[in-house]
Structure formats: structure tokens, C-alpha cells
Design a protein around this ligand. Structure first.
Ligand SMILES: [Zn+2]
Length: 412
């Protein structure tokens, strides 16, 4: 008796996963989904209830016999911190576990000014947000960071960034963890935008491809509910696939003919500027499209076809059912999407096109920060991590709520 084992918490965590994924929402449906006996389910749920990880709702659902009370994950179990580093602006947010934004702030910073300035600003903003919410550090699950660069997700470091001088191999997670005293995780912005868009709007799709068309270009792959990162975290980096041709334009990465150099917001801005229009980045390009500037519309349509070429190659490899195009350039709507669809349908085999849909993203510009929060919440609530999370947060939380002396949730 006494302390529940790591294994007990892990078993309870698998029930929590069923609830969080929407696969079960009452005791009877949890029994059916898990294949466990009623007694075992009751015991494992008791652990989750005592830790404060799940709550009983007021609503009920029909379950064959008596109406069963709905059980849901408790979004107020703890607070997650998240930061989205853009090329010229940083957004920092505190969220609940849904994740829903509780408080946020932004500040301007050129990402090329290096990691020290950016991370110090993020730490200061995060502390201010927690202060505004009157949330003590003991209630913080962790911090997630979204970076516009290739990220070794396991090592928590940027590797070979093309636009982030000074960040290469900097120990980003180590810095945040030592400053804030909570676990820190990092991933590239496209994976996190993909994760957030998928969770909020496409949770039932098993083979999901997200293409970010912004100042830069990339893609995020979600297979059966999880981000597919490949061996080192470099999967989906379609922006630097090269097309060998005589007049291939120079890319920011130093190579010639990259997709980004032909279709990225910066490349379109480069071409429009050469024609005397005022454009520095993807935002400027979209503004010109919205003002119906013919050159800009024409150039965005061409970019859509370039994206479509590379997307067709990805379709051949991955056979996704849903492709979502997001990022600043996606605001150009059909001007961009038409070319993407055209090339995918022209180049792909009939079997790969069966049931395939291409859509504009539904997320707004908070996708990155919400994806970073998802990263933190998923890591902390994963079955194998649940014991440590509850030891760190569960007791303090439930004591505070009930006004009782500390007690570890029991699991028999
Ligand atoms: Zn490149």
C-alpha cells in the first residue's frame, strides 16, 4: 500500500489517453474501449480523479443500461507555457490543458539577433503571464517552444538553421529549464502548426499532411495521431527540395533551385520588388494580392503550382487522405490553392487520389503557440510520464482544491 507504483500510474494513464483522444467518455465506454473489468476501471479512474486529472461532468450519455455520467480530462489540472518564435515577432502564451489560451503577449525581435535575447525575452514574458494569472511555478506543466528552423527534437537543439544565426546547437531546452524550473521541449514551427490544426479541426484523419506556405516553406506529417519526425526530426522539410534547372534561383540556404527559392513568400517578394512593387515578406505579398495587384496574383498562382509539384511527390510517398495548406500565404485563398490542387491531380496516380482532399487551414496565427502547448501537455500526460507529473503537480493541486493534507492518490 501507500505510494502507487509507476506501473499503476502508467496503467491509469492509458485510460486518460482514451478519454483525451475522445475514444471513451464514461465508465461503461471506458470498460468497452479498454477491455478491462469494471473493478479495474473504477480503481484506475480513482487514481485519475484523486490526482485531479479527470472530472465528472453534469451531462450523461446513454450506455445500454442506466445513463452514465460523462467523464472528461480536467483542463485546469495545470498550466502550460508556450512560445512561438517567428522571424520578426515572438508570441508567448499560458494555456490550460485543452489547450486554450489563458493569457498571451507578443514582442518584436529579429530572430537573427540570437538565442540569448529571444529566450531571455520569452522567460520574462512567461513570468509576467504567470504573475497576471496568479499561477505559481508549482502549477506549471512545462514550456514548449516553436522555432522556424530544423530542430533535433530529442536533443532539443537547432541544427543548421538558414535564417537563425547563433542558434545552431544552442541548448535551448537547457536554458529554459534552468531559468523557469520546469521541463522544456522544442520542435520546429511546421510540426507544431500541423499538430494544432490536426487536433482542433481534423482529429479523425489518420494520414494528414500540413503544408506551411509562409515566408518559408515546410510540411508537417501526422500519422495515426502522432507527428512523424523521422530519425532526427528532419522529415517534411520540403522547402529545400531542389529542382535542377538552368536558371535555378539561389535559396537562403545557399543551394540553387529550392522550392522555397521559387515559391516561398520571401522569393515572391524578391521578384515583386524587382518589378517595382513594395514587398519584403509573405505578409506584404498577401496584402498585394488582397489589393488585386495582377503581378502579385500571377506570382502567387505560380507558387501554388510549385507547391503542387512537390506536394504530388509527397502524395506518392505518403498517400495522405487530407492535405491542409496553412501559413501566411494561405490567406491568398484559391489564388494559391488552385495551383496546388491542379498539380496534385495532374501528377498523382488514381489510387492515391481516391478520397484525397486539399483544403485551406482553419487555424489562425496562434497555431504555432497552441501546437507548442500540445507538445507540453502530451509529454506530461503520456502514460509513461504520468507518475512523475502527478508526483510533481497532482498532490499540490488536489490539496489546494480540497484544503486537505498532502496525500498521494491510491492505486490498488
Ligand atoms: Zn534552400
Amino acid at each position: 500500500m501507500g505510494e502507487p507504483g509507476n506501473g499503476g500510474a502508467e496503467a491509469a494513464g492509458r485510460l486518460l489517453a482514451l478519454i483525451r483522444e475522445g475514444k471513451a467518455s464514461s465508465r461503461p465506454t471506458i470498460e468497452r474501449a479498454s477491455g478491462l473489468s469494471r473493478v479495474t476501471v473504477v480503481q484506475r479512474l480513482r487514481y485519475l480523479f484523486e490526482a485531479g486529472l479527470v472530472v465528472d461532468g453534469d451531462a450523461t450519455e446513454a450506455s445500454g443500461g442506466r445513463p452514465a455520467r460523462i467523464i472528461s480530462a480536467n483542463p485546469d489540472f495545470a498550466v502550460a507555457l508556450a512560445a512561438d518564435v517567428g522571424e520578426s515577432m515572438i508570441r508567448v502564451a499560458a494555456t490550460d490543458l485543452s489547450p486554450r489560451i489563458l493569457a498571451e503577449t507578443t514582442f518584436d525581435l529579429d530572430v537573427a539577433s540570437g538565442p540569448q535575447a529571444a529566450l531571455t525575452g520569452i522567460v520574462r514574458s512567461a513570468r509576467n503571464l504567470l504573475g497576471d494569472l496568479a499561477t505559481p511555478q508549482e502549477r506549471v506543466l512545462g514550456i514548449g517552444l516553436s522555432l522556424p528552423a530544423p530542430v533535433n527534437h530529442v536533443a532539443g537543439r537547432v541544427v543548421g538553421p538558414s535564417v537563425m544565426r547563433g542558434w545552431d546547437d544552442f541548448d535551448v531546452c537547457g536554458f529554459l529549464k534552468s531559468e523557469l524550473g520546469v521541463p522544456a521541449l522544442v520542435d520546429n514551427d511546421v510540426n507544431l502548426m500541423a499538430l494544432s490544426e490536426y487536433r482542433r479541426y481534423w482529429p479523425r484523419v489518420e494520414h494528414f499532411l500540413f503544408i506551411k506556405a509562409g515566408t518559408g516553406i515546410g510540411s508537417g506529417i501526422i500519422l495515426k495521431g502522432a507527428v512523424y519526425r523521422g530519425a532526427r526530426g528532419a522529415s517534411g522539410d520540403i522547402g529545400h527540395i531542389q529542382f535542377d534547372e538552368a536558371s535555378a534561383p539561389l535559396c537562403r540556404c545557399g543551394k540553387f533551385g529550392c522550392v522555397e527559392a521559387r515559391a516561398g513568400g520571401w522569393a515572391i517578394a524578391r521578384d515583386l520588388s524587382a518589378n517595382g512593387l513594395k514587398a519584403r515578406n509573405a505578409r506584404d505579398v498577401v496584402d498585394l494580392v488582397e489589393r488585386r495587384e495582377p503581378d502579385a496574383i500571377q506570382r502567387v498562382r505560380e507558387a501554388g503550382r510549385v507547391l503542387g509539384e512537390v506536394a504530388a511527390d509527397v502524395v506518392s510517398v505518403l498517400n495522405p487522405t487530407t492535405i491542409v495548406v496553412g501559413g501566411t500565404m494561405a490567406r491568398a485563398g484559391e489564388h494559391l490553392l488552385a495551383g496546388v490542387k491542379e498539380m496534385i491531380y495532374r501528377r498523382s496516380l488514381p489510387l492515391a487520389l481516391e478520397g484525397l482532399g486539399v483544403f485551406a487551414a482553419r487555424s489562425d496565427d496562434r497555431a504555432g503557440v497552441l501546437g507548442a502547448a500540445c507538445l507540453v501537455v502530451d509529454a506530461a500526460l503520456a502514460p509513461e510520464a504520468l507518475f512523475d507529473t502527478v508526483e510533481r503537480l497532482g498532490r499540490a493541486k488536489s490539496d489546494e482544491r480540497r484544503g486537505k493534507t498532502p496525500r498521494t492518490p491510491r492505486l490498488r
